[in-house]
Design a protein around this ligand. Structure first.
Ligand code: SAM
Ligand code: SF4
Length: 330
């Protein structure tokens, strides 16, 4: 059983957004205020989202990543993880991971691990508290670092750190961030900033490219590309021959769309075949009108059938999606 699109790409990775709410306001993701929140009654219940995930797992999904907004703001996140961990498909149980800003990890890391979560990706863009406050519009640097520690103590492993590299904002911290991760056994990946910011101010000419990131790292270490990356978006580099590595995700300058295996479910029950998709498939309607599992499976396949070859950033007709990143699920 597989989920293929019209280009023969087999999809095995489902990203589920648990909420569009967030405890930070990162400038590249959300506006400072006036966020157009998804209406509460449009959000999928846990039973509804687990049902979509079950149909997906039975059709070939092998990995589920929980995201948002900030997924740990969902009050029943531990129950969501437990229910997803109990799913079984032709490939067995799905691997469960979560992308988070880490703020609630001190109280949640251990129960999440117990419920079946295997690993976390944590966002960290700076090591300077003042900068953190400017970038996220919240004074919570120490809490973030405490959250990273809590994930380590709970044995969530490996811990990946995501860093969006930004010109004139944190591009002078590339080596410091990499060293911070290496010293703690964390797997850091630098991400090229994508045109998903609420102000639509993204400018390709002013973005920090994978090439810029590699050049900054090479000032400190000798970089050797690590083994074949498969469908992983990050190209990993061994630092001074390894074992330490740093990853670079060149979403814009070297897109990995040809190997994309992802499908997304928004918190309000819309299936998306790409971060940058301009159309969605409404699975909530099927769920709330007595739809059968076969109809949910058909909605998933319909969504995949419309998937384009690539995200098209750089094409003259490219337009940013209408939803902010926080409502898509990164
Ligand atoms: N709140 C969680 C977090 O920050 O990890 C999960 C949701 S967040 C939308 C998921 C990831 O998307 C984060 O690593 C964040 O840095 C990344 N992200 C958000 N906006 C982005 C943009 N414009 N370009 C590249 N990455 C972005
Ligand atoms: Fe919140 Fe994550 Fe977006 Fe930052 S990147 S505003 S933490 S959803």
């Amino acid at each position: 059983m597989t989920l293929s699109d019209s280009f023969g790409r087999v999809h095995s990775d489902l990203r589920i957004s648990l909420t569009d709410r967030c405890s930070l306001r990162c400038t590249y993701c959300m506006p400072a205020d006036g966020v157009p929140w998804l209406p509460r009654d449009s959000m999928l219940s846990t039973e509804e989202l687990v049902r979509v995930a079950r149909v997906g797992v039975e059709a070939g999904i092998r990995a589920i990543r929980l995201t948002g907004g900030e997924p740990l703001l969902r009050p029943d996140v531990v129950d969501v993880v437990a229910a997803l961990a109990a799913l079984r498909g032709p490939h067995g149980a799905p691997e469960l991971s979560l992308t988070t800003n880490a703020l609630r990890l001190p109280e949640l890391a251990a129960p999440l691990r117990e419920a079946g979560l295997s690993r976390v990706n944590i966002s960290l863009d700076t090591l300077r508290p003042d900068r953190f406050k400017e970038l996220t519009r919240r004074d919570k640097f120490d809490e973030t670092i405490a959250g990273i520690e809590a994930a380590r103590e709970a044995g969530l492993s490996p811990i990946k750190l995501n860093t969006v590299a930004m010109y004139g904002v944190n591009d002078d911290e590339i080596v410091d961030l990499a060293r911070f991760a290496v010293e703690r056994g964390l797997h850091l990946r630098f991400i090229e900033q994508m045109p998903l910011d609420p102000g639509h101010t993204w400018d390709r000419q002013r973005m920090v490219t994978a090439g810029d990131i590699i050049a900054a790292l090479e000032a400190e270490w000798t970089l050797t590309p690590a083994e074949d990356r498969g469908s992983a978006p990050a190209q990993r580099y061994l630092l001074d021959g390894g074992p330490a590595t740093v990853g670079v995700i060149a979403s814009v300058t070297a897109p990995f769309c040809g190997a994309c295996d992802r499908l997304r479910l928004t918190a309000d029950g819309q299936l998306r075949n790409c971060l940058f998709a301009r159309t969605e498939t409404d699975v909530r309607a099927a769920l709330r009108s007595g739809g059968t599992d076969a109809q949910i499976d058909a909605a998933i396949r319909e969504c995949l059938a419309g998937k384009k070859a690539g995200h098209g950033i750089g094409d003259p007709e490219f337009r940013q999606p209408d939803r902010p990143m926080s409502a898509i699920g990164g």
